[in-house]
Each structure stands twice: as structure tokens, then as C-alpha cells.
Design a protein around this ligand. Structure first.
Ligand SMILES: *Cc1c(COP(=O)(O)O)cnc(C)c1O
Length: 428
């Protein structure tokens, strides 16, 4: 069933570390051979052996309208004929910036980069430059890309592989990163008192997605916002996952919270390598060439990446019903999963908001990293493989959110629920 993928994985390991270009893809935490993908259309992916899967990763978000979405594919093809890069400004970059500013709240100026990592790394440098302070606060199990400052108690692959300290990150850098449990406002307040006048920024995944999907508790973000105002701290929403996914205006719109700086990635590029950071004019004006906080990129604002992102975002802006449809589908899936999981009779938790959802095999509420990590992740591993065998491709880790795409039909969701019902029998 997976012969070709096995063969490719063997071969990949001879030239690529671990056979993959991003760690979670390696299936290390769930075991087995990672599947090498050949093509995808709509909600379905096809691996090298020709097996078909219903996709719940959506390339970790960008394929929000399904794979090989016609308008995006066409736009890329047309644009490529005019050269794939100039190293000089283009009108399309202005159109992209204007489109984003028209969709998301509280962004006066925006700078394009090529990944979510770059966006978060640059936002932190900017917050430090703006405030003249060194320390940042992040949350346990939150992932903001692989820049040094963020690899302290990080989520996603760092949590999946249980890496406690990352070799190569200096103690100096790590010491400037303070951490608190997500949803623990008192812990953050305590840090702000202990390090008064030293904290440049608080960076948060507004709805956490890198330790499974975990929702903010009522008042949490409001409390952070207030604290940042009182202490002159830059409040950064890392919307790399939630941006253009929870709403056209992202988590800021969905949760009604105003951030000072916001970072984007994933959906923003329509499947091409794009990230961005933006926010208040006063802060963004510190970036070079206006200010001295240096940040640059040879391929930033690349025309092919911009046209892919622009085309997708434009669809999302012009068809606001997409978010309603996506949420209805996700709730339908959640309710169906709840039914079969209840009948199964063992403890579980489903967290869901908008088109983000995840299952933790846990007998307690999952509200932060500690409660996510103490779920039965061995069971998740078995569940993952039982689903894969039935043609449903879930994230290969309990520490990742699932992302629904709008090409999914109700029939696909029924298939997924039925596959879960069968899979659970294998888990007993
Ligand atoms: C994926 C992700 C990043 C990193 O983005 P890359 O494009 O992988 O560098 C940062 N923050 C969050 C919340 C993410 O989910």
C-alpha cells in the first residue's frame, strides 16, 4: 500500500537530514513511513502509490479553499510568464498591502516576508527596537517559527519531539525569553512585575494551534491587552495560523481584540512561501528604510508569491460566506465525532473554533500545554494510523490542529466520522 513512499523515504534519507525538509513531516511521533505526496485537488491528496486521502492539514492552513484552486493556479501561470522575480518594487505589492489592510483591523502598514518564522522574528526585533527593551514573554506550547528567541518551551515539532532545550540557541538569547502557561493571566502579571520595564513584547497565538487546538479563556486576551497598555509592552498577535482563517480579519476580528503588531503566514500566501508583519504606524515606521530597525529580503514580495496570495485573499474577502460554511462544516464534524467518541466510552476532549479542531484523548479539559501533554498521546498515534489506513490524512501529531478546507463535502465529513467510529474499535 505504501511501497513507493517507503522507497522514496529510504532514498530521501541519503540526501536530506531525516528525509524531510520540516521535522513534523517525518511521522516520527506517530511512527511509520511518511507518505510522499504526488498531487492534490480540492479536498483530496494522492500519494506516490496512488492512494487517495481526505486532507485535514490543508498544507497547515493555506489550502483553505482546497488544493489546486483554479483561480490561484491560473494567476500563477499567467504571472510567471512576466518573470518570476525582479528585485525591484512592483504595483502588485501595493495591491497586496492595500488588500490586507482592507481586510484586517489595526494594520496601518505591512511588510511582506517569505515565511511565518521571518514575520515573527522581525516583529520581535521591531518591538525591541521600538521599546528599547530586551525581554519577551511567550507561552508554553506556542510556536512562532524557528528563530532562536522562540525555541524556548515551544509547540509544534519542538513539543512533538519533546526537545527541552534546543542546542545552538545561546543562553543569552534563551534568558531573554520568559514563558508562562497559556490562559494563565496571573503568571504573566507576575512576570511583568518581576521584570518591570524590561519587557518589549508579549507574543501569543490568539487561538493556539501548535499543541492541538486550544481556545483562549474568556478575559485572557483582554487581560493581556490591559497589561500591555499599562506597562508599555508591544502586544503581538501571531496570526500565522488564525489570520484569514478564523475570519477575513483573523483572530483580531473573531475575538474582538486589538493587537499592536500582527504576524501572518500560511493562508496569506495561497500555498506560496509568504509571511507578513504589520500594525500600528508609529511602531512600523521604525523599520528600515524609514527607521533603523533593519529587515530585508531578496525575494520578499515576490510576484508569483504575491499573485497567489492576492488571488486567494481576494476570494476570501469577496465571499464572506466561506467562513460561515467552513464553520458549519467543522461543527458538523465535531458533533459527529462527539457522537462516535461518546459511544466508544473512553475519555476524550474536542476543542474547536471556526475551522480549527482537534481531539485530545484526555480525561481533563485541555487549556494549556501541560494539559495537552498529559493526554494519552499513544492513543492518538494509533488513531492517526487507523484513520490513515481508511484514507483520512490527519496531522501526524496530537500537538497540531486540524484545518478544514472548504472543498470538503458533507459526504467527506460523514466518511471521516464513519472512519473514526471504525478506528476507535481498533483502539480498544
Ligand atoms: C507555522 C507557524 C509559524 C511559522 O511559520 P513558517 O512559515 O513555518 O515559518 C509561526 N507561528 C505560528 C502560529 C505558526 O503556526
Amino acid at each position: 500500500m505504501y511501497d513507493k513512499s517507503k522507497e522514496l523515504f529510504e532514498r530521501a534519507q541519503r540526501s536530506i537530514p531525516g528525509g524531510v525538509n520540516s521535522p513534523v513531516r517525518a511521522f516520527k511521533s506517530v511512527g511509520g513511513t511518511p507518505l510522499f505526496m504526488q498531487k492534490a485537488k480540492g479536498a483530496y491528496m494522492y500519494d506516490a502509490d496512488g492512494n487517495q486521502y481526505i486532507d485535514y492539514i490543508a498544507s497547515w492552513g493555506p489550502m483553505i479553499l482546497g488544493h489546486a484552486y483554479e483561480p490561484v493556479v491560473k494567476a500563477i501561470q499567467e504571472k510567471a510568464a512576466d518573470s518570476t522575480s525582479f528585485g525591484a518594487p512592483t504595483q502588485l505589492e501595493i495591491e497586496m498591502a492595500e488588500l490586507i489592510i482592507s481586510m484586517v483591523p489595526n494594520v496601518d502598514l505591512i511588510r511582506m516576508v517569505s515565511s511565518g518564522t521571518e514575520a515573527c522574528m522581525s516583529a520581535i526585533r521591531l518591538a525591541r527596537g521600538y521599546t528599547g527593551r530586551n525581554k519577551i514573554i511567550k507561552f508554553e506550547g506556542h510556536y512562532h517559527g524557528h528563530a532562536d528567541s522562540f525555541l524556548v518551551k515551544a509547540g509544534s515539532g519542538v513539543a512533538t519531539f519533546n526537545i527541552q532545550t534546543v542546542p545552538g540557541v545561546t543562553a543569552g538569547v534563551a534568558n531573554d525569553t520568559l514563558t508562562a502557561a497559556y490562559n494563565d493571566l496571573d503568571a504573566v502579571k507576575k512576570l511583568a512585575v518581576e521584570h518591570k520595564g524590561e519587557i518589549a513584547a508579549i507574543i501569543v497565538e490568539p487561538v493556539a494551534g501548535n499543541m492541538g487546538c486550544i481556545l483562549p479563556e474568556p478575559g485572557f486576551h483582554e487581560g493581556l491587552r490591559k497589561l500591555c497598555d499599562e506597562e508599555g509592552i508591544v502586544f503581538i498577535f501571531d496570526e500565522v495560523m488564525t489570520g484569514f482563517r478564523l475570519a477575513a480579519g483573523g483572530a483580531q476580528e473573531r475575538l474582538g481584540i486589538k493587537a499592536d503588531l500582527v504576524t501572518y503566514g500560511k493562508v496569506i500566501g495561497g500555498g506560496m512561501p509568504v509571511g507578513a508583519f504589520g500594525g500600528k504606524k508609529e511602531i512600523m515606521q521604525q523599520i528600515a528604510p524609514l527607521g533603523n530597525v533593519y529587515q530585508a529580503g531578496t525575494l520578499s514580495g515576490n510576484p508569483i508569491a504575491m499573485i497567489a496570495g492576492y488571488t486567494l485573499l481576494n476570494e476570501l474577502k469577496n465571499n464572506p460566506s466561506i467562513y460561515k460554511e467552513l464553520e458549519e462544516k467543522t461543527i458538523y464534524l465535531r458533533d459527529g465525532l462527539n457522537e462516535v467518541l461518546k459511544a466508544w466510552g473512553r475519555p476524550y476532549v474536542i476543542n474547536q473554533l471556526g475551522s480549527m479542531i482537534s481531539i485530545h484523548f484526555s480525561d481533563h479539559a485541555v487549556v494549556d500545554f501541560a494539559s495537552a501533554a498529559s493526554a494519552n498521546n499513544e492513543l492518538f498515534k494509533k488513531y492517526f494510523h487507523a484513520m490513515l489506513k481508511r484514507g483520512v490524512y490527519l496531522p501526524p501529531s496530537a500537538f497540531e490542529s486540524w484545518f478544514l478546507n472548504n472543498a470538503l463535502t458533507y459526504e467527506d465529513l460523514d466518511t471521516t466520522i464513519a472512519a473514526t467510529k471504525e478506528s476507535l474499535q481498533e483502539l480498544l
